[in-house]
Ligand binder design. Structure first.
Ligand SMILES: CNc1nc2cc3c(=O)[nH]c(N)nc3c(CCN)c2[nH]1
Ligand SMILES: [Zn+2]
Length: 371
């Protein structure tokens, strides 16, 4: 059985660093049915079957190996069965590389007004037209199969922050029961995989129990959920100081919903391999550009006659062909091209950051650079 993950010894470079801050960082390759994923990897978010304001071929030129889709949105519109009938999400959105789909629980809790959590699953009213739906470990797993996801996420409950120990315990136990049902419902095929998601909030014994429950189910990879939910970087890193080590060392570790460049660097140093975050795309559309000089708020009037690019050595279209003055103008007048160029630059910036991190790890160099 060719598992989704092959961290071949020679390609996997774990380099014990002089000081222990870096010894957990690792660079590797995940081999899937839709191509390789070079880790540490950043996954642009393509919630509704598109990375907003980007053509898929443009996303590819930024260096992204894999993008993220969302079960919740796609099941409501256009519907998983319809996407399946039309040839699956890869064909539908013209993206032939790996696709990871989140399982929907997190999006239900953050988007739908009316919802009810039961042992069976989550019953909710669509935030679009109020119609009633149910998401369960079985239906979420089937929807992700219909979409044709390369990496399917187990159906979990993202424990809110803050939560008492008791609340976090019962939430984590529900996630463990749902993980078992998700794993049973998964149709395993070569080159495809399913990731379990551990919960347990900020309580290390709950995180351990969650990991043990999920390791028993032998997933192809593991995600750390329940973070980047308002706990702040310090508390997140405190959990990441031990949680990745609870997971199998030879399988991918995915930190959900993270994050800013400094969060990514800190998490890679603690053993995380995969990330997803709306920051580069959403903040790009809102006029924020990530640069080596820091974040540029392009709407600031100081850029209205700035005839220089965001970054002189960046190869993205925004930097190659345009100036900050033009981007300032486009964003101010809400021209669609503004969203496109800002998004393109930010995605390129995040992929360059990941490339530099992978190179530094491979060369055994410290990568404490804060971008
Ligand atoms: C932005 N912060 C954030 N935290 C998350 C936790 C979970 C989480 O605990 N579970 C799931 N299934 N998704 C999460 C997501 C969505 C990832 N695209 C999160 N996003
Ligand atoms: Zn650029």
């Amino acid at each position: 059985e060719v598992s989704i993950t092959k961290f071949p010894a020679d390609e996997r470079k774990i380099i014990a660093k002089a000081h222990d801050k870096y010894k957990k960082a690792r660079a590797g390759i995940i081999n899937t049915r839709h191509g390789q994923i070079h880790t540490p990897a950043f996954m642009p978010v393509g919630t509704k079957g598109t990375v907003k304001a980007m053509l898929p071929e443009s996303v590819q030129t930024t260096g992204a190996d894999i993008i993220l889709g969302n079960t919740y949105h796609l099941m409501l519109q256009p519907g998983a069965k319809r996407v399946f009938k039309l040839g699956g999400l890869h064909k539908f959105m013209n993206w032939s590389k790996p696709l990871l789909t989140d399982s929907g629980g997190f999006q239900v809790m953050s988007l739908s007004k009316l919802r009810k959590i039961t042992e069976e699953g989550v019953i909710f009213n669509s935030h679009i037209d109020g119609s009633k739906f149910m998401l369960s470990p079985e239906s979420s797993t089937e929807i992700q199969y219909l979409l044709g996801s390369t990496i399917t996420m187990a159906f979990d409950e993202c424990t809110p922050y803050p939560s008492t120990y008791e609340q976090a315990k019962s939430s984590m136990e529900l996630t463990s029961r749902w993980a078992k049902r998700s794993r049973k419902a998964f149709y395993s095929r070569d080159g495809y995989g399913q990731f379990g998601i551990i919960q347990g909030s900020i309580y290390n014994d709950l995180r351990l129990k969650s990991a043990l429950d999920l390791i028993e189910l032998d997933f192809e990879g593991y995600a750390i959920g329940g973070l980047a939910v308002g706990e702040g970087q310090e508390l997140m890193f405190k959990v990441l100081d031990y949680a990745p080590d609870l997971l199998p060392i030879n399988k991918p570790r995915y930190l959900m919903g993270v994050g800013k460049p400094a969060d990514i660097i800190g998490a890679v140093q603690r053993g995380i391999d995969m990330f997803d975050c709306v920051i580069p795309t959403r903040s790009g559309r809102n006029g924020q550009a990530f640069t080596k000089y820091g974040v540029v708020n392009i709407r600031n009037s100081k850029y209205k006659e700035d005839n220089t690019p965001l970054e002189e050595d960046c190869l993205c279209p925004a930097c190659k062909n345009y100036t900050k003055a033009y981007l300032h103008y486009l964003v101010k007048v809400k021209e669609i091209l503004g969203a496109m160029l800002m998004t393109w630059h930010n995605l390129m910036y995040f992929q360059k950051l990941m490339l530099r991190i992978r190179e530094y790890i491979a060369q055994g160099k410290d990568f404490d650079f804060i971008s």
